[in-house]
Write a protein that binds this ligand. Structure first.
Ligand code: ADP
Ligand code: MG
Length: 682
C-alpha cells in the first residue's frame, strides 16, 4: 500500500475511525505511521511484587496460584479474582466485567501484570491489570502508548498502526544516503517500525535519535528556505553619517553600551551584506534610542525605516518618542495601526508610498498587504519574541534587502537564536542608564490588599503614579475568550480600585478598547491626568512612563518570571525609588519559590534562565507565538547537540541545492513542506 493512501483504507480503520484520526492531523497512511508514541510500557524490567511501587503504573511479574469463579455483584457487574504472587509477597488481581482476561491464565505459570498496585505492605492488589505472557513480552518487550483524542484510545491507535505497518510499503528515505553511515543512524523505515514496536530499549533509543535528528533537520531546512525567500545578496548601500548632532539633541548622553551598539549598526549598514542583528538588552536599558539612531542614519542616506512593535500601545508610544527625537531634524514619523479610520489610513499609506514619511511605526499592520514603501532601507522589530518567524520574514520582504535589527529584552539561548534567526550578529546593552535603582519587589497575599492600597495612596501623595495589573480569570471555553478577562478587569476596576481609592483618578486599559481609546487613556496617564492605571497585560512590554513608581500585579502566579520582569520594568524608569508588589494567594511551594526568586533578582538573564529550567520554552516565548511548527519528538531545549548537528547538515545540503529542487531531494522537500503546512515556499 502506498504511503499517501487515505487512512480509511487501512484494514481495521474504516470511515468512523478515520474521522477521529483526522482530528489528530492524520489523513494518510504515512501520517499514521508518523504519529509517534508518547511513551512506552517497558516489560523488560518488571518489578517483584514486594518491590512494586504503590499507586503508579507499573509492570509486575508474578505466578498465578489460584482462580476464583466469577461473582455477580449487586447492580449486575461481575467480578473475577485471581490469587498470585512470588517469593517476596502475595498479590490479589481483580477484574470487573472481563471474564476473558482470566481465561488464559494457568495456575503455576508466570505472567506480567500492568496496572496500579494499591494497598499496603500486608495486602497488595491490582484492579483490571493488563496481562501479558512471557511469549508476548518476548515478541514485543515495549508497548507504545499514543497521544489520544476523544473517543480514540491509545490501544485503538496501536491496532491501526499495527495493521498499517503490516500493509504499508516501506516509507521512503528523506535523508541523504551518506548521513546514515556517517551518524550511525538506522534508515527511516527501520526507525519508524522501531519507534512503534521496539525490539529492545537499544533499538528504541536508536530510532528516537534518528527521528529527532530528522525532525530538527527538516525544521532547519524549512526555516532557512523561509528566510531566504526573495532576499537579495546586498543590503541597502549606505554611507557613514556623523551622529554628533543627534547625540547633542538628546536630554541625556547615551551610555557606552548604546554608543557601541550604534557603532555596530553603522558598520553593518555601510557594509556589503544586509544587516541581520539582534540587540539584546534588559528591560529599561534604552533599546529605543539605539533604534532611533539607526533610523536617523538611514534617513540621512535617503532611506525609509520601519519599526514593528507587538502591541498598539507600544507602537503609539514609539511613534511619539521617535517624533520627539527626529522631528527636530525634519523627519516625518507615521503611525500605522489596525484600528485606523479608512481615510486616515489611506493618507498614511500614501505618505509611505511617496516617501514623505521617513519612519513608519506600527503593529503587524506594517507588513499587511496594502503597505508599499518608496524605499525601505532599515527595518526594526521590537520585542522580537512576540512575533513569529514568518512575520519577521514578511517585513524584510517589503523591499529588496533592508537592514534588519531585532530587539529583545529576553535573552535567547544560542542554539534557539540560530534556529530562529539564522546567522545573526548580536549587540548587547549590558549597562543601564545611570541613576537606576533596583525596583524593590515584594510578594504578598490578598489579605494585604488594603495595606497595599494604603501604600499606593502614600506614593500618590508624593506625586507619583501607579499601575495595577488586573487579576486573570481561568481561560474558559466560552465563545469569546477575551470576554471573561474584560469582565474581571471591569469588576476589579469598580469594586476594588475605585472602592479603595475613592479620591483618585483611575483609568482602565484593556485589549478590547479601540485603538483611539487606548491611546487616549495612555496619553492621560502619561500626562499625569490619571493617578492609577488599572490594566490587563496589554501594558506588558515597552510602555514608558517614568513618573510611575509602583506596579501591583494581581494573580502573579499566573505569569512566567520573564513576563513579571517585563511588567516590573514599567517602573523604575525615573530617579525615584520604585516598587513592584506581586499579589498571589497561591500557596504552592513552587509558586512561592518563583515569586521569592523574583523579589531578590533584577537580572533579566538569571530570570530567563530560571524560567527555562522550571517551566520550559513554551513560557519562555510568551504566548507560543514563536512561529515554529509543532515538533513531535524533538525538544528544542534539551536536544541542542542534535540541533547543532542538524543545522550544520542543513547548511551542507542547501549549499549544494539551495532551492531543494534536485530529484534526489524530492522526498525531503515534501517532508519540509508537510512540516510547515500553512507556509508557502517560493
Ligand atoms: P527598553 O530597552 O526597555 O526598550 P527604553 O528604550 O524604553 O528601554 O528606555 C527606557 C527609559 O530610559 C526611557 O525613558 C528612555 O528615555 C531612558 N533612557 C534611554 N537611554 C538613556 C540614557 N542614555 N540616559 C538616560 N536615560 C535614558
Ligand atoms: Mg522597549
Amino acid at each position: 500500500m502506498k504511503s499517501d493512501t487515505p487512512v480509511q483504507y487501512v484494514k481495521g480503520v474504516g470511515p468512523k475511525t478515520a474521522e477521529k484520526l483526522e482530528r489528530l492531523g492524520i489523513a494518510t497512511l504515512s501520517d499514521l505511521l508518523q504519529h509517534y508514541p508518547r511513551r512506552y510500557i517497558d516489560y523488560t524490567q518488571p518489578y517483584s511484587v514486594a518491590e512494586a511501587p504503590f499507586d503508579v503504573d507499573a509492570v509486575v511479574k508474578a505466578t498465578v496460584y489460584s482462580k476464583r469463579g466469577a461473582v455477580r455483584l449487586p447492580g449486575g457487574r461481575t467480578m473475577v479474582q485471581v490469587m498470585a504472587g512470588d517469593d517476596s509477597a502475595a498479590l490479589t488481581l481483580t477484574w470487573f466485567n472481563t471474564q476473558f482476561m482470566t481465561d488464559k491464565l494457568l495456575p503455576g505459570q508466570e505472567y506480567y501484570f500492568e496496572g496500579r498496585v494499591r494497598g499496603n505492605i500486608t495486602r497488595r492488589e491490582i484492579t483490571n491489570p493488563i496481562v501479558r505472557t512471557e511469549a508476548e513480552v518476548k515478541r514485543r518487550p515495549m508497548v507504545a502508548v499514543y497521544p489520544q483524542t476523544e473517543g480514540l484510545g491509545s490501544g485503538q491507535i496501536a491496532r491501526c498502526i499495527e495493521s498499517a505497518l503490516a500493509l504499508a510499503d516501506p516509507l521512503p528515505e528523506p535523508l541523504p544516503p551518506d548521513f546514515l553511515p556517517r551518524f550511525r543512524m538506522p534508515d527511516k523505515w527501520t526507525a519508524v517500525r522501531n519507534i512503534h514496536q521496539p525490539s529492545s530499549p537499544q533499538a528504541l533509543a536508536a530510532a528516537r535519535r534518528r527521528l529527532i535528528f530528522e525532525e530538527l533537520f527538516t525544521l532547519q531546512i524549512g526555516l532557512t528556505l523561509l528566510k531566504s525567500r526573495g532576499s537579495v545578496k546586498s543590503g541597502a548601500p549606505m554611507k557613514p553619517v556623523g551622529l554628533t548632532a543627534f547625540w547633542d539633541s538628546l536630554p541625556f548622553s547615551p551610555t557606552n553600551a548604546q554608543r557601541n551598539a550604534v557603532e555596530d549598526i553603522c558598520n553593518d549598514m555601510t557594509g556589503k551584506q544586509p544587516m541581520n542583528r539582534l540587540l539584546q538588552g534588559d528591560v529599561g536599558s534604552g533599546k529605543t534610542l539605539v533604534a532611533a539612531a539607526g533610523i536617523y542614519m538611514a534617513a540621512r542616506n535617503g532611506y525609509q525605516s520601519a519599526l514593528m512593535a507587538p502591541t498598539e500601545i507600544l507602537a503609539t508610544q514609539h511613534a511619539a518618542t521617535l517624533q520627539t527625537m527626529l522631528e527636530p531634524f525634519g523627519l516625518q514619523v507615521a503611525l500605522l495601526t489596525g484600528g485606523m479610520k479608512a481615510a486616515q489610513k489611506r493618507a498614511t499609506l500614501e505618505a509611505i508610498a511617496c516617501g514623505a514619511a521617513h519612519v513608519v511605526v506600527g503593529t503587524h499592520a506594517v507588513i499587511s498587504g496594502g503597505v508599499e514603501f518608496a524605499n525601505l532601507g532599515f527595518a526594526v522589530v521590537d520585542e522580537q519574541h512576540r512575533f513569529g518567524v514568518r512575520q519577521r520574514g514578511l517585513l524584510a520582504s517589503k523591499s529588496e534587502a533592508p537592514h534588519v535589527l531585532v530587539m529583545s529584552a529576553t535573552p535567547i539561548p544560542r542554539t534557539l537564536g540560530l534556529l530562529m534567526y539564522g546567522d545573526l550578529d548580536i549587540s548587547i546593552l549590558n549597562e543601564l542608564p545611570p541613576g537606576r535603582k533596583p525596583v524593590k519587589t515584594y510578594a504578598v497575599t490578598g489579605k494585604k490588599r488594603e495595606d497595599m492600597y494604603h501604600f499606593l495612596e502614600q506614593q500618590m501623595q508624593l506625586g507619583h503614579q501607579a499601575y495595577i495589573v488586573c487579576p486573570l480569570v481561568e481561560e474558559s471555553e466560552s465563545e469569546m475568550p477575551g470576554a471573561d478577562q474584560l469582565q474581571a478587569a471591569t469588576t476589579y476596576f469598580t469594586d476594588v480600585a475605585q472602592a479603595l481609592l475613592p479620591h483618585r483618578r483611575i483609568g482602565l486599559m484593556h485589549g478590547k478598547l479601540k485603538a483611539k481609546e487606548k491611546a487616549e487613556v495612555m496619553q492621560a496617564f502619561k500626562k499625569g491626568e490619571l493617578d492609577v492605571l488599572v490594566s490587563t497585560t496589554v501594558i506588558e512590554v515597552g510602555v514608558d512612563v517614568p513618573n510611575a513608581t509602583v506596579i501591583v500585579i494581581e494573580n502573579a502566579e499566573r505569569y512566567g518570571l520573564s513576563a513579571l520582569h517585563q511588567l516590573r520594568g514599567r517602573v523604575g524608569r525615573g530617579s525615584s525609588e520604585a516598587f513592584c508588589i506581586l499579589v498571589s494567594d497561591h500557596n504552592g511551594e513552587a509558586v512561592r519559590d518563583r515569586l521569592r526568586f523574583l523579589c531578590h533578582t533584577q537580572d533579566g538573564f538569571e530570570i530567563a534562565k530560571y524560567d527555562l529550567e522550571h517551566r520550559g520554552p513554551g513560557d519562555f516565548f510568551g504566548d507560543r507565538q514563536h512561529g515554529l511548527p509543532t515538533l513531535q519528538l524533538a525538544d528544542l531545549m534539551n536536544d541542542t547537540r542534535t540541533l547543532e548537528t542538524a543545522q550544520k547538515c542543513a547548511h551542507e545540503i542547501l549549499e549544494i541545492d539551495p532551492k531543494l529542487a534536485a530529484p534526489e531531494h524530492a522526498v525531503l522537500a515534501a517532508q519540509v513542506q508537510h512540516l510547515f503546512e500553512r507556509t508557502t515556499f517560493n
